[in-house]
Design a protein around this ligand. Structure first.
Ligand code: SF4
Length: 174
């Protein structure tokens, strides 16, 4: 949000932040990220819509049964964002994941375009990976919590037990 929202504003978009991601485990991590986003939007004045549903069993089953796992995760999150955009009367939807150098961008883009085709709301995709370093600097300077792994329990294992950098998403889900 420290970079994505200002960037989109410069492109002429007026943003509403949407938080939804039951693939952040455990629940306290999910709450910490939500609180961080709440703190940030309280400083910027960006409207925030929260979907706090957390169907843990259902979502872990979905991830276990999907290959690649991130395709199902992106699809779930971007479908929810697209539906919320329809509900809120937004003209388009996007995702802060566009900033992440760890996300699989072709998968991300495909999930957004599928959600767009189902709902009729345009998906805005701009590759913002070159701004990732700036987002790290800005969020640190602002004293914001930075997530140490992407979100799901599998990414937490990969980050800490296997020592992989992990697919860190940059903050809010969508
Ligand atoms: S690594 Fe991240 S994007 Fe992939 S399934 Fe886990 S939470 Fe979702």
């Amino acid at each position: 949000m420290t970079v994505t929202e200002p960037f989109l504003r410069e492109q002429g978009f007026e943003s509403t932040a949407f938080f939804y991601n039951p693939n952040i485990h455990p629940w306290r991590e999910w709450k910490h990220r939500l609180d961080t986003l709440g703190e940030w939007v309280s400083r910027t004045g960006t409207p925030l819509v929260v979907d706090d549903s957390y169907p843990l069993e259902e979502n872990v089953s979905m991830l276990v049964g999907s290959e690649p796992r991130c395709a199902a995760c992106f699809s779930d999150r971007l479908s929810r964002a697209a539906c919320k955009a329809v509900e809120c009367g937004c003209e388009s939807f996007s995702t802060t994941l566009m900033l992440s150098p760890y996300a699989d961008h072709p998968l991300l883009r495909a999930a957004g375009e599928e959600a767009s085709a189902r709902t009729g709301v345009p998906f805005v995709y701009i590759d913002l990976r070159h701004l990732y370093g700036m987002s790290v600097r800005l969020s640190r300077a602002a004293g914001l919590y930075r997530q140490p792994y992407c979100g799901c329990i599998f990414s937490e294992r990969d980050r800490f037990a296997r020592g992989r950098p992990g697919r860190a998403s940059p903050g809010a889900s969508s």
